[in-house]
Design a protein around this ligand. Structure first.
Ligand code: 4NP
Length: 145
């Protein structure tokens, strides 16, 4: 799960997807930027997660790295800017094929963005949570059926 800062959207996506998959799946998140390396998720992401019974407070920001293409089979990005930045780091077509926009799981081929809630109000985080929950339900069903 990849966003820009790894403190708002992708930690939520990581926490949500992890609860929907068996423990033998490795779920992680990262940011394309180095802005928040080592930081806890935004308090508004922690709060909306908690409201939904999820504790993401122990997650810490890290930056996406080329070796993530080797570690992970699937790389979900939150928006088109993340998509461009991750694809820029790809070494070959196999790397690129792992990358997709997460909302294409819900709205195939539409390339919709999960809006960046960082500069908005608290209700942006509720919207983001609901979008990610819907997408992660579909992802988990596909991976386990
Ligand atoms: P995220 O949100 O990409 O969902 O973690 C952001 C967090 C921080 C910044 C931008 C977006 N920032 O510019 O610091």
């Amino acid at each position: 799960m990849v966003c820009l800062g790894n403190i708002c959207r992708s930690p939520l996506a990581e926490g949500i997807l992890r609860t929907k998959l068996p423990e033998n799946f490795t779920v992680d998140s990262a940011g394309t930027s180095n802005y928040h390396i080592g930081n806890a998720p935004d308090r508004r992401s922690v709060a909306i997660a908690k409201l939904n019974g999820l504790d993401i407070s122990n997650l810490r920001g890290r930056q996406f790295k080329v070796s993530d293409f080797d570690t992970f089979d699937l790389i979900y990005v939150m928006d088109d800017s993340n998509f461009k930045n991750v694809v820029k780091l790809a070494r070959n077509d196999e790397d690129i094929a792992k990358v997709s926009m997460i909302l294409n799981e819900v709205y195939p081929n539409e390339n919709c963005n999960v809006p960046d809630p960082y500069y908005g109000g608290d209700n942006g985080f509720e919207t983001v949570y609901n979008m990610l929950d819907e997408a992660c339900t579909i992802i988990a069903t596909k991976l386990t059926e």
